[in-house]
Design a binder for this molecule. Structure first.
Ligand SMILES: Cc1cc2nc3c(=O)[nH]c(=O)nc-3n(C[C@H](O)[C@H](O)[C@H](O)COP(=O)(O)OP(=O)(O)OC[C@H]3O[C@@H](n4cnc5c(N)ncnc54)[C@H](O)[C@@H]3O)c2cc1C
Length: 407
């Protein structure tokens, strides 16, 4: 392992750190975990979050590793890593349009036509068009290939009908990157297309779903003969499965070194709350905090393993297939986070359970509640264990359940 990021990356670190010092408003710091708390109804559309995105864009800090011809900085993997590390270290907020910046933009760069790159990448970086991800459906989550939303060609448009669910930020979205069945006669993986569907039209209904955090970050989305330009198919008609796998790869591998940095910060706050309650001499508490420290250290080591593998192979940052396997990574961090937020509630005592007027949760309560969802989104723990068992350990494949044909 080589822990030296090199001269160019360290120079960029100082430049960006200085910029953050001057441009990140003090009351925007450390609002990473509670972006929706001030006004749950506004959520990701919160004006201060949009303002933060604009400041980053105006200063040239959007699309750090995107090619220059697509409006990015054209920098290396290491500079992108440094960029994210400095954001976490400064307590900067997450970006408002993160699904577009981290998932869709890189997917379009990889699979999109020149016309699609020209049309969509600029507005994503400038934060002018807001996006949501329409993959999951009521009967298609882990088994995504069984999705039933259909798109039928009508002249120079697709007509889209069906239901999506758990669609983060759909209530704010101008567009949805959506999987729809375009060939009902083909095998499940083969008849799917990856469409860019406009959301602000009569055929689209969005119903927010309230979560235990008192935020409605995800929604039900109903397409009822919604219209989508024929040209908005990414990667070719009926090739949506391959495109979607690229997108999901970005979802699992997008935060190579920042995750353990976030957890280090969180753990030091948990240690402080234990200290404030006089619990640090308790042997059981010491054992649990030592275990938490060890787990974060394991994440740190694995992050550097992955980073080293990626830089050595010259691979894309988000293709974290080399180094530490993405499924092991997802399993490890999501299970850790549920466990450590349980520990934090236990250490903080009864007041950890008290919610403020109007059901306003604190950022610690938000972390505890939202951690429940982290073993689900991006691939559930059970599914990650199947992947680890079958692909890494070479265990026999799980038997496929027989399809229920009763109606
Ligand atoms: C906070 C949050 C945000 C989300 N945002 C989005 C979004 O923006 N866009 C989007 O498209 N989706 C989104 N999702 C949906 C997410 O991708 C799905 O919830 C996930 O894929 C699981 O699908 P499911 O909920 O249908 O559960 P199911 O697939 O029905 O699973 C139910 C249970 O069965 C288990 N199970 C399923 N298959 C197997 C198997 N083969 N072996 C063993 N156990 C199995 C699962 O582990 C789980 O415990 C979001 C989810 C959450 C929680």
């Amino acid at each position: 392992m080589d822990f030296d990021y090199g001269e160019a990356a360290e120079k960029f670190r100082i430049e960006f750190r200085n910029w953050l010092e001057d441009n990140l408003d003090p009351d925007w710091r450390d609002r990473v975990g509670d972006i929706n708390l001030d006004n749950p109804a506004a959520g990701a559309d919160h004006p201060w979050l949009r303002e933060w995105d604009r400041r980053l864009y105006d200063a040239g800090y959007k699309g750090i590793a995107w090619p220059e011809e697509h409006g990015g900085r054209g920098m290396s993997l290491l500079e992108q890593v440094v960029f994210h590390e400095e954001l976490v270290a400064a307590g900067a907020p997450v970006v408002a349009n993160f699904l577009a910046e981290t998932l869709l933009g890189p997917t379009i760069i990889r699979w999109g036509s020149e016309a699609q790159k020209e049309r969509f990448l600029g507005p994503i970086l400038r934060g002018e068009e807001f996006w949501c991800q329409g993959f999951s459906e009521p009967n298609a989550g882990s088994d995504l290939a069984s999705l039933a939303t259909r798109a039928v060609r009508d002249g120079d448009e697709w007509v889209v009908s069906g239901q999506k669910v758990w669609t983060t930020n759909a209530q704010f979205a101008d567009y949805c990157f959506c999987l729809a069945r375009t060939d009902p006669d083909a095998a499940p993986h083969k008849g799917i297309s990856f469409l860019l569907v406009p959301m602000k039209q009569p055929g689209v209904t969005v119903r927010p779903l309230l979560q235990p955090t008192n935020t409605d970050e995800f929604n039900e989305v109903f397409f009822d003969e919604a219209r989508c330009p024929a040209a908005n198919v990414v990667g070719g008609e009926n090739n949506g499965w391959a495109v979607a796998m690229t997108t999901l790869g970005f979802e699992r591998g997008s935060s190579v070194t920042t995750q353990f940095l976030t957890y280090e910060r969180e753990l030091s706050e948990i240690v402080e709350s234990a200290r404030a309650r006089g619990l640090l001499a308790d042997p059981v508490v010491r054992r649990d905090l030592a275990a938490a420290h060890t787990k974060v250290a394991i994440m740190r080591a694995n992050a550097y393993r992955t980073l080293t593998a990626l830089t050595t192979a010259g691979a894309d940052l988000d293709e974290a297939g080399s180094g530490f396997h993405p499924s092991l990574n997802k399993l490890f961090w999501s299970e850790y986070h549920q466990w450590v937020t349980n520990l934090a509630v236990n250490l903080r005592g009864p007041e950890a359970l008290v919610v403020g007027d109007g059901y306003r949760v604190t950022s610690q309560q938000f972390a505890f509640l939202f951690a429940r969802s982290e073993t689900i989104w991006g691939g559930t723990s059970q599914v990650q264990r199947n992947i680890v068992g079958e692909r890494l350990l070479g265990l026999p494949k799980e038997p496929k359940p027989e399809k229920n044909t009763q109606r």
